[in-house]
Design a protein around this ligand. Structure first.
Ligand code: FAD
Ligand code: FES
Ligand code: FES
Length: 463
């Protein structure tokens, strides 16, 4: 068992142990390494100024993806290669940086290193990019000075950006990282190599917190002074990181990221891929997991209405073995889960829409991207002979947990596609939900959304 975190930073190996493993990556590079290109602004994943690339092994290669280093901890960097803006430009300006200079993509410059890293990440995956691809890659980066036009223009001018493996040859880094023992124990932090060890640790440490992407836990720690008596990482456990279609259902392991889920959904459930495109930012989706979204139990979590209408099942593994729980009965109340102390979400099984079923998903938020939802809705409908043969409805942001709407479903059953009927259904839906007022919208606004969304659904179906 290793007693230190081992990773590479800009081509140089790093060993960190003791309480320092709970330091954020952004503070580590700025304060320990004195590399201050990586900026800290919001410290909660919202602005992208702290964007770095995290390289993780994929077969014989290392894939570099952008993440927010302000909500990534040193222990999460274990066995990765982290590249910061200093590491990117070690041989002078890269074509991305040069294009940003030529197109006047910076004014005060505070956001610029984050934009450079996120833009570089786009060119890790492809040689050139369109304006839409640039916008998508830069969703997680905010600029308060330039406006975004010169930045997008810069991205479109980039040619021949060297990939990270041209700057830092993969083989020696991979050899070094893969020769390290995978299990780590440092004080109250445990990264076991097997599921059995993870379950025992969770059972023996009653208030232990699993940390995966830390896109929730990191915000609690940075902004709410959250501390757990112990932390458990699942990142070394084989078999939890895959997602695949089996017997008409997507099966996602307990540490599948939202980016992996989005990639699979693009092929098998495009309607859900469109919602995931608006989930946080690329940085958030590269770090955050589907299981984390489920376990965090927010009533406005973007994956939940979809999981509800698809009748997804959670596989929970604990000391007593494996059990399966339908998503609809996993939540017993606000942030209260049917999850025993020793249990871990090890798999999520999501049936995909069958032939003849229509899936419609909605996310309402104040901004289109990088914003938490005010209201969410999912509908799964099957039509037969011009009538609604079956319907499932789930709304988020209208109660302490995501709600199914049985009265509205019963009302629509057997009805034809008619605006007056959907308006009637909207009035029933309004009666079935109990939203509260908060920073994302008033109760009245959400009641109106709950009613209006049925009308929007009608127009979508009629089209
Ligand atoms: C800037 C920003 C934007 C965001 N945007 C959105 C958004 O658009 N939509 C949205 O829904 N959410 C959003 N989130 C919230 C967050 O990204 C998601 O909830 C994410 O899915 C959490 O996953 P994670 O792996 O980071 O979880 P973590 O923070 O690592 O963990 C979250 C919780 O889940 C528990 N947990 C994790 N894995 C397991 C497991 N396998 N078994 C049991 N318990 C487990 C942890 O112990 C913890 O309690 C955003 C967050 C940020 C910071
Ligand atoms: S400092 Fe704003 S996302 Fe990290
Ligand atoms: S250049 Fe000033 S915040 Fe972007």
């Amino acid at each position: 068992m290793r007693d230190h975190i081992f990773f590479y930073l800009n081509g140089a190996s790093q060993k960190v142990t003791g309480p320092a493993i709970f330091e954020t990556l952004s503070r580590y590079v700025r304060e320990q390494k004195r590399e201050t290109g990586t900026k800290i602004v919001c410290e909660e994943g919202d602005c992208g100024a702290c964007t770095v690339l995290i390289g993780k092994q994929e077969g014989n290669t290392i894939r570099y993806l952008p993440v927010n280093s302000c909500i990534q901890y040193i222990f999460q960097a274990d066995l990765t290669h982290v590249v910061t803006v200093e590491g990117l430009s070690k041989d002078g300006l890269t074509p991305v940086q040069d294009a940003m200079v030529r197109c006047h993509g910076a004014q005060c410059g505070y956001c610029t290193p984050g934009f450079i890293m996120a833009m570089h990440a786009v060119f890790e995956e492809k040689k050139t990019c369109s304006a839409a691809e640039a916008q998508r890659g830069l969703t997680g980066n905010l600029c308060r000075c330039t406006g975004y036009e010169p930045i997008i223009k810069a991205a479109m001018e980039v040619r021949d950006e060297p990939r990270i493996d041209a700057l830092y040859p993969t083989a020696p880094i991979l050899r070094d990282l893969s020769s390290a023992e995978s299990a780590v124990r440092i004080g109250n932090f445990f990264k076991p190599a097997t599921l059995a060890e993870a379950i025992s640790f969770k059972a023996e440490n009653p208030k232990c917190t699993i940390v995966q992407g830390a896109t929730d836990v990191g915000v609690w720690r940075n902004k709410r002074a959250f501390e757990s008596p112990s932390y458990l990482s699942l990142s070394a456990i084989d078999g939890l990181g895959e997602i695949a279609l089996r017997d008409g259902a997507l099966e996602a392991g307990g540490r599948v990221t939202l980016a992996q889920f989005e990639e699979a959904a693009a092929t098998h459930v495009p309607e859900m891929a469109a919602i995931l495109d608006r989930f946080g930012s690329p940085q958030i989706r590269n770090a955050g997991t589907l299981a984390g979204n489920i376990a965090n139990a927010s009533p406005i979590a973007d994956t939940l209405p979809f999981l509800y209408v698809m009748n997804a099942e959670l596989e929970l593994t604990g000391r007593a073995g494996v059990r399966s729980v339908p998503i609809g009965s996993f939540y017993r109340g606000y942030k209260t889960l049917d999850l025993a102390q020793d249990e871990i979400i090890t798999k999520i099984r999501i049936p995909t829409p069958r032939l003849g079923e229509i899936l419609k998903l909605y996310k309402v938020s104040k901004r289109s991207h990088l914003d938490i939802s005010s209201f969410t809705a999912a509908f799964l409908i099957r039509m037969a002979g011009g009538r609604i043969d079956a319907v499932r409805i789930a709304f988020g942001g209208v109660g302490p947990v995501v709600l199914r709407l049985p009265k509205t479903e019963a009302f629509l059953q057997g009805k034809s596609l008619d605006l007056a009927i959907f308006e009637g259904a909207g009035a029933i839906a309004r009666e079935e939900i109990k939203p509260i007022s908060d920073v994302r919208g008033s109760a009245e606004f959400r009641l109106q959304l709950g009613e209006n969304i049925l009308r929007k659904l009608y127009y979508a179906l009629a089209a």
